[in-house]
Design a protein around this ligand. Sequence first.
Ligand code: URA
Length: 209
Amino acid sequence: MGKVYVFDHPLIQHKLTYIRRTDTGTKQFRELVEEVAMLMAYEATRDLPLEDTTIQTPVASTQTKILAGKKLGIVPILRAGLGMVDGILNLIPSAKVGHIGLYRDPETLQPVEYYTKLPTDLEERDLITVDPMLATGGSAVAAITVMKQRGAKNIKLMCLIAAPEGIEAVQQAHPDVDIYVAAVDECLNDHGYITPGLGDAGDRLYGTK
Ligand code: URA
């Protein structure tokens, strides 16, 4: 079963409070989502392998550590996942960025893939799938399935806020995927919104309604 990591770092929790507030405007919302994504990426990359290297400082030669060169990828689920990408790229600028677009079929209510563009060497990369809201889990489950069908082996899911329903859906469908979140909220309401949540993440990021 995949693990769930809830980041209780004070900076993440403080910023999340402002992200949630109704009176936080689009500009501040977008900046805060980017900042929290960066802080979360810092925590979610703790397991990156290091290797020894020898360098020369102005004072002496010394053995120290650098990243072992593990290839990374970020895969936002369109559209709200885009809001988390730049924050992660601030920390790991060499990561490749793939995109997965899904919409919900109004009749079946199932996610339908309408756009996918992923790095070709997917199987070699450690991948972080990002979507601010893990609600029913339908989109995340479908996106991870698409990635696996194209060869992905090592996938993490990073969201700002999760509902227990979404966590369970991902754990059932993809028990190999660890989930990283800033908060687990109470439930979904009748309209499928995470409660208390933050509203529609895509609309709040892009100023639409
Ligand atoms: N997607 C959102 O943007 N918000 C929710 O609360 C649920 C799904």
